[in-house]
Design a protein around this ligand. Structure first.
Ligand code: FES
Length: 149
């Protein structure tokens, strides 16, 4: 399997690893097939994403896509943040092997789940934003905490 230089760079030197303590929105998503888990934190001020961080318990492509997604979302308005898809992230990474495309979907879902959390907390509706597909199972949370903390 061949990875682009961009994927290798974001895997070896991931940007924005960590948590935001007073995050405006947090999204946790999991991939049922591979068991990988991704958590994205967003700090939103005046309708703009001011900071983004992530913690991912997952494969190299999941780490690279989390890193790129959190880079891309910074300084974006909420609507522009919402328009970041797995395709956007993959393009920025100069592609992913076909069997790793699902890892980039996790990054899109985590971003959108964090926006959803922000909307819920502030009692607002973000047009075009759907609720996260499914909540990560409680067991996955335990698994996540034990591996990532
Ligand atoms: Fe699970 Fe990549 S193999 S997210």
């Amino acid at each position: 399997m061949t990875y682009s230089n961009e994927v290798m760079d974001h895997f070896m030197n991931p940007r924005n690893v960590g948590e935001i303590e007073d995050a405006s929105g947090v999204g946790t998503v999991g991939n049922a097939k591979c068991g990988d888990i991704m958590k994205v934190y967003l700090k939103i001020e005046d309708g703009v994403v001011k900071d983004a961080k992530f913690k991912t318990f997952g494969c190299g492509a999941a780490i690279a896509t989390s890193s790129m997604a959190t880079e891309l979302v910074k300084e974006k308005t909420i609507q522009d943040a919402l328009s970041i898809t797995n395709k956007t992230v993959m393009e920025a990474l100069h592609g992913l092997p076909a069997v790793k495309v699902h890892c980039s979907c996790l990054a899109e879902e985590a971003l959108h789940a964090a926006l959803w959390d922000y909307a819920q907390k502030n009692d607002i509706v973000i047009e075009g934003l759907n609720p996260p597909k499914e909540d990560v199972h409680d067991d996955d949370h335990d698994l996540y905490e034990s591996h990532v903390k």
